[in-house]
Design a binder for this molecule. Structure first.
Ligand SMILES: C[S@@+](CC[C@H](N)C(=O)[O-])C[C@H]1O[C@@H](n2cnc3c(N)ncnc32)[C@H](O)[C@@H]1O
Length: 280
């Protein structure tokens, strides 16, 4: 049987490292604050889905469940290193069995489900793999409120930047990203059964040369050919990349929406699942 390879809009480019470092700089402190609020038991087990560069999985294993276990999974595990109670598995969350270690006190995925065609069905599937009282924590960019210029030198800059962002989001939509998903996660989680559902929306300014503009710069390179194909001119892309390094240029960030929900404590646990799979 031929199975279609999973399509991930930012798969395998030389700019992935820069993209992941920028995401971590933007979101790790906020993410860890949200995780600390859950008051997880030090011996608990956590599943970090689409672990990317591994910063959250590492901190979970070291600081949150030092006597427990963390399974970090991703399609690309080249940046993930196992250590002590941190276990790494190559797995497609939409197609493969969950890693060993469940049921989970925490399942966390940041900037992953927006990319998956199965995003809606995934929420009840993941919720069913939580231990009673366990938490599902999802974070996404709200691309319906994309970055907009706050300060810039030059009258046509806002128009140029809007055109870049519009084209980028068009390319990502064509690659299966749901731009509106972040605003739908809370309701989808309520429908799936978790209780105590709570969401938070975070937005800040991004200045040229800082991590947020480096994220946009990395994205501009990751989608270079597609952006040109969609109508941006090379000179426009060069100008946008110049702005993204200019300290006088400021834009609003992508709003980050973080949603958590909890499996009721009186819910019967699912039978333990998981395979050793492709592990390192
Ligand atoms: C935008 S990055 C975010 C990385 C990390 N979660 C973070 O926030 O720092 C998305 C990650 O999800 C992974 N990913 C995409 N589709 C996936 C899938 N179907 N199964 C597992 N991981 C996936 C990618 O390989 C990538 O590492």
């Amino acid at each position: 049987m031929i199975t279609a390879a999973p399509v991930y809009a930012f798969a395998g480019t030389e700019h992935t490292g820069k993209q992941l470092a920028a995401i971590e700089a933007y979101l790790d402190e906020l993410t860890m604050r949200r995780i600390r609020e859950l008051d997880l038991p030090p011996g608990g087990s956590c599943w970090e889905i689409g672990a990317g560069g591994g910063s959250v999985a590492t901190r979970l294993a070291r600081d949150i469940v030092p006597h427990g276990r963390v399974a970090a999974t991703d399609l690309d595990i080249s940046r993930l290193t196992p250590a002590g109670n941190l276990h790494i598995h190559r797995a497609d969350v939409a197609a493969d069995a969950p890693p060993p270690g469940g049921p989970w006190q925490l399942i966390h995925a940041r900037l992953v489900t927006q990319h998956l065609p199965q995003r809606r069905e995934l929420i009840p599937t993941l919720a069913a793999q939580l231990a009673p009282g366990g938490w599902l924590l999802l974070g996404e960019f709200d691309c319906q409120t994309p970055p907009r210029v706050i300060t810039a030198a030059g009258a046509d800059v806002a128009e140029l930047f809007d055109s870049f962002i519009r084209t980028l989001l068009g390319v990502l939509t064509a690659r299966g990203v749901d731009l509106a998903w972040a605003s739908q996660v809370h309701a989808a989680m309520v429908r799936a059964g978790p209780t105590d559902v709570h969401s938070l929306r975070y937005v800040e300014s991004w200045t040229g040369g800082g991590y947020g503009c480096q994220l946009l710069d990395a994205n501009s390179h990751q989608q270079h050919e597609a952006l040109l194909h969609a109508g941006l001119r090379p000179t426009q892309l060069d100008r946008v990349r110049g702005l993204l390094q200019d300290p006088d240029f400021t834009v609003t960030s992508y709003p980050f929406v973080s949603v958590r929900g909890r499996r009721p404590t009186d819910a019967p646990p699912e039978p333990a699942t998981g395979t050793e799979g492709d592990q390192r």
